[in-house]
Design a protein around this ligand. Structure first.
Ligand code: FAD
Ligand code: UQ1
Length: 422
């Protein structure tokens, strides 16, 4: 591994933008295939977090530290880390510009910039996160506060919000709500709480196969589910959250509701990262415009996307990244050989829905419905699925996904289908 702030090689055969789940996975795969020093990774952050662990950190079931690694230790052998940020893309010239204007050129590029948290889109939210009662499991800065707030909760409204934008791991705000419910029960203060789950969606979860189970969980836990509500303002002085009511098309109706909170967990609005939004790679939404099957940029065939930054209709999860990596490994290799992409992304994503401090619904799906890996009914909350979430998934991420060895569970799923159908 070589790291440098001052980049020596200004040209890479493959340039990877972003060193998160998708970027590291892609760089690892191609650093093994290509000659030494062919792969460059641009990533500004020194710490890499296993974000799926944040839900458990918020529930006091894992430490934040256990989910952190130094980026330096994760950059694949034979790849060069450029510890900087892409400011602008100039794909016609096959180059990117860094913060100080330095240019890096490429033959091929993988864009894996993730999605940007936009607490700034809610009036007062950034300030409120620094005040008592307000937290978010989406941010390494405010996730430990979630556990502290749940442990200190004395009574009143505990409010959990889901934004009116795309979001990564759309189940995480709900997981925060259910875990808090468990903690309050364990502490014997649940009867002092009115728990509200306020979502901009028209129902609890977008995938039918898991909706009934989740509705049952919310009912059993006595959660007040309020749909078509979007958090627009937090007044931390008076501990008031303002929601706008949305119509059936998720457009604001002009009507608002103010809710007093003792605990407010914010599911942040999100957008495509700024540099991507402003680039020729973006569609109208700001996300990277790719062919949904091949994951190739629609405009620039030497560029592919991976992960949350794309405009593919899948749920934005690390599990989806595993299938994206399988797809681009094939397709980018084909393109490097002067051939056409041939592999199709199947739309797979997964969201292990933590419904208490020891039960998980292991939701796996694409837009057509469930795509379960095991022969068991995964729509039921189980302890074995919790153990997978707590112990197996982190190991799979650190040793498989980001090292470019884990291509998703399709093969296991095909085997277990044989068992299931007998
Ligand atoms: P990321 O891993 O976020 O990486 C993007 C990288 O790009 C970042 O390191 C960033 O610094 C870098 N970057 C951004 N802008 C630039 C720039 N201009 N120049 C260079 N680099 C840049 N997924 C699951 O599968 N299961 C779960 O249970 C689960 N739970 C989750 C719970 C929470 C609370 C959260 C927040 C996420 C969860 N996820 C889960 C989602 C999962 O973490 C993401 O989907 C996954 O990390 C996406 O990978 P990515 O590479 O697209 O983005
Ligand atoms: C997965 O592949 C993955 O990425 C490593 C996750 O993120 C941590 C997940 O949460 C899940 C559920 C999967 C899917 C893997 C299996 C074995 C079901």
């Amino acid at each position: 591994m070589r790291t440098s702030k001052v980049v020596h090689a200004k040209h890479f055969k493959l340039l990877v933008v972003g060193g998160g789940a998708g970027g590291l996975g892609a760089a690892s795969k191609f650093a093994r295939k290509l000659p030494r020093d062919s792969v460059g990774i641009i990533e500004p952050r020194e710490d890499h977090y296993y974000q799926p662990g944040f839900t458990l950190v918020g529930g006091g079931l894992m430490t934040l530290e256990a989910n952190r690694r130094r980026q330096e230790d994760l950059i694949p052998k034979n790849a060069t880390w450029i510890r900087d940020k892409v400011e602008t893309f100039e794909p016609v010239k096959n180059l990117v510009k860094l913060r100080d204007g330095e240019e890096i050129s490429y033959d091929y590029m993988v864009i894996a910039m993730g999605i940007q948290l936009r607490f700034d889109m809610i009036k007062g939210a950034k300030e409120a996160l620094k005040t008592p009662g307000v937290c978010s499991n989406y941010s390494p800065f405010y996730v430990e506060k979630h556990y502290r707030e749940a442990m200190n909760f004395k009574g009143g409204n505990a409010v959990f919000t889901f934004p009116n934008t795309p979001i990564k791991c759309a189940g995480a705000p709900q997981k925060a709500c259910y875990i808090t419910d468990s903690i309050l029960r364990q502490r014997g203060v649940r009867d002092k709480a009115h728990m509200i789950y306020a979502t901009s969606l028209k129902r609890l979860f977008g995938i039918e196969s898991y909706l009934k189970s989740l509705e049952k969980v919310a009912k059993e836990k006595d959660i007040d589910v309020r749909t078509r509500r979007n958090l627009i303002e937090v007044d931390s002085e008076n501990k008031m959250a303002t929601f706008e009511f949305l119509d059936d098309d998720a457009k604001p109706t002009g009507k608002t509701e103010r809710v007093e909170y003792s605990l407010l967990h914010i599911g942040p609005p999100c957008s495509a990262p700024e540099a991507l939004r402003k680039s020729p790679f973006a569609d109208k939404s700001g996300f990277m415009d790719v062919d949904v099957a091949s994951l190739q940029s629609k405009k620039f065939p030497n560029v592919f996307g991976v992960g949350d930054c794309m405009n593919t209709p899948n749920a934005k999860t690390a599990a989806a990244v595993s299938s994206h990596l399988k797809t681009i490994e094939q397709n980018l290799t084909q393109v490097m050989q002067g051939k056409q992409p041939c592999m199709e992304y199947d739309g797979y994503a997964s969201c292990p829905l933590v419904v208490s401090t020891n039960r998980v619904i292991l939701a796996e799906f694409n837009s057509k419905g469930a795509m379960e890996t095991t022969p068991f009914d995964q729509s039921k909350p189980t302890y074995w699925a919790y153990l997978m979430k707590r112990y197996f998934m982190p190991a799979l991420y650190w040793n498989g996904l980001i090292k470019g060895y884990w291509n998703g569970p399709a093969t296991i799923r095909n085997c277990s289908r044989l068992v299931k159908s007998k």
